[in-house]
Every structure is written in C-alpha cells, then in structure tokens.
Design a protein around this ligand. Sequence first.
Ligand code: FPP
Length: 253
Amino acid sequence: MSSEPAITIDTAPLSRLRVPVHLGVIMDGNGRWAKARGKRRTEGHIEGVKALRTLVELCINYGVRNVTVFSFSSENWTRPREEITFIFNLLRRFVASDLQKLIRNNVRVRIIGARSGLEASLVRLIDDVEAKTAINTGLTLIVAFNYGGKAEITDATRLIAREVAAGRLHPDDITEATIERSLYTHGIPDPELIIRTSGEQRISNFLLWQAAYSEFVFVEENWPDFDEASFLRVLQTFSLRDRRFGGVEAKLP
Ligand code: FPP
C-alpha cells in the first residue's frame, strides 16, 4: 500500500469570504482580448457576453443580491457606428437567448441609463424585460446601458427641480435621500464593491453617486477571461478590506 501523505486543502480563506450585497462590474478589455488573439473586436464582445453569463451564475451561487454591469456608456457613442450597432444587437440577442433562463432562476432585470437616443424597438424590449422579471425575488441584474453617472445625476436634478417648480417640494427639504430616490438605481443599496477588469484603474462615469464608499478592486484579466477563480480572488481581497465609512471602525452602511 502506498503511504503517500493525504493532501490538505486550506479552506480557511473561503470560510471567511465576505459577499457584497451589491457588486458593480466595469467589464473592460473585450477589444484587447480579441486583438491579442488576432480576432475582431466584435468577437471580444461575444466572449464578453459569455463571461457575463458566468458572472450571473456566480452571483446566484455565492449569494450576491444585486449586480450592476457596465455594458454601454454614454461615452461609447464615439465608437465606430458598426461596433455600436453590434453592441446594441448583443443586448437584443442576450435578451432573446437568456430571458427564459433568467426567469427560471428568479432573476429580476433592471436596465438603467438614458432611454432618449435609443431606438423605439430597443426601449420596448427593455420595458418588456423589466416587466417580465419584475416579480422575481432572487438576484437583481442591473444592466447599465447608455448609462453615464453624470447624466444620471443631471436627470435626478431635473426631476427634483420639477417637483420644486410645481410647489410639491421645498428646496430646504432636499436631502441625500431625495437625490437617491431620484436616481436610476432607486431602491437598490449602494455597491460595497466595484470591480474593473483589464488593468485600467478609473471609474469612467460609473455609479458616481453610489460609489461614494465603494471598495475598488482592479484586476489584470480582460473581461472575457474573468472566471470563477478571478471572482473568488476578488472576494478574498474584498474580505480583507477594512471599511470605515469615514469613521474609525468598520460598520455596516
Ligand atoms: C468593454 O471592452 C466592452 C464594452 C464596454 C461593451 C460590450 C459589453 C459586453 C459585450 C458585455 C455584455 C453586453 C450586453 C449588451 C449584454 P472594450 O471594448 O472597452 O475593450 P477595450 O478597452 O480592450 O477596447
């Protein structure tokens, strides 16, 4: 009989894993992933959708309650027309191929961003996805599409100004809560953790108000390479962070 020693696996880091209630993800590097393989940028976006599916499954399995993914920013309009059309069609295809599975998995979908500038058929599709998943109580998947943080705060300001102009709100009664309930993300807690892939270290107009106290973890992998191992490494890094919220001791928000 062989007397090889038993292998011991250190599971301690996993047992201390802290899972954010709301995770934000800046999915960056699809183009670089494709370029490194001699492929077209659009092929990187197709792989990006696969990584998004994996992320949704990971969030369900590890108990993340809300995940916001940055899929098209209001600044992305400067990209070539062909690439913009491709990304818009990806959203349509993602909905066509994945909606039933999302519903079976009790996922609620919210799509945040400006509706103006989008084709009427796309706006109908967005409204339809939101309506069909509205009663789901599991993971909330928030897709930031045609989204910009400054535009979101501007839209919120406009809503509040209308309330004031109509005499329904006094300027002295405007609080942080007034602004929060006027944002696209109303009702969703702020993200405790924001991940950005591809080695870039910027916020790029993502959830500007909501990220006031978020932890940021920047990883080197391009988005299509982000997998379960990457996800667990990020959660381990997050678990070791000491969140102080401007005070001296970590406390829950
Ligand atoms: C990031 O890589 C990609 C985007 C901002 C757009 C495409 C996003 C996806 C395919 C994910 C899922 C999308 C939908 C609509 C469900 P990049 O193009 O900025 O890469 P680069 O910085 O390497 O050029």
